[in-house]
Write a protein that binds this ligand. Sequence first.
Ligand SMILES: [Zn+2]
Length: 217
Amino acid sequence: MFIGHAAVALAAKPLAPRASLALLLAAAFWVDMVWPVFLLLGIEQVRIDPGNTAFTPLDFVHYPWTHSLAAVIVWSLLFGLVCIRIGRLEALILGSLVFSHWLLDALSHRPDLPLWPGSGALIGFGLWNSVPATLIVECAMFAAGVAIYVRSAPSRDRIGTWAFWGLIGFFAIAYLGNAFGPPPPNVQAIAIAGIAGVALFTVWSWWADRHRGAKAR
Ligand SMILES: [Zn+2]
């Protein structure tokens, strides 16, 4: 899943108003932020295999340290702990967002998510086997997330409006590029695009979020 992760981060804003959208997104995408680094370090592996599922040309060969159920539980606890000084409720919501990543990936991937590193049991319900079903589910989630965020953090000025809608446009274009563009040329390109994309949307969402909501944080 891609914009489905953004959707839950956006939708979490009213539950944790003191957490910037940047942090909410970082939580929801956390294991996908670590994954490209682990790819470059050779700790995890992905293979480019057009047709692996209808929706993605990627074959997630080995990614137990970012995407096994056990690893995601540990990442969720760590993320929550690190964020505890923002507030207990915020820490709980941020930790839950990290965990939500596994549930959404389990829904969309074919069975390739291990329960723990080394486990032979692989989970995945295969929404990605259908492009229309993937688009319907993810776009509906994204639209709902945007609506919830906009209501709970109205813009205070023009930057708040334009930076936010620019960010939403960026997500939409990146998503459609993923869905309908050519497969990536190599694994290094996947990792670098992943890291660059995440860096961009983290800074961008932090900027937009500062211009939205009831008062300056
Ligand atoms: Zn993922």
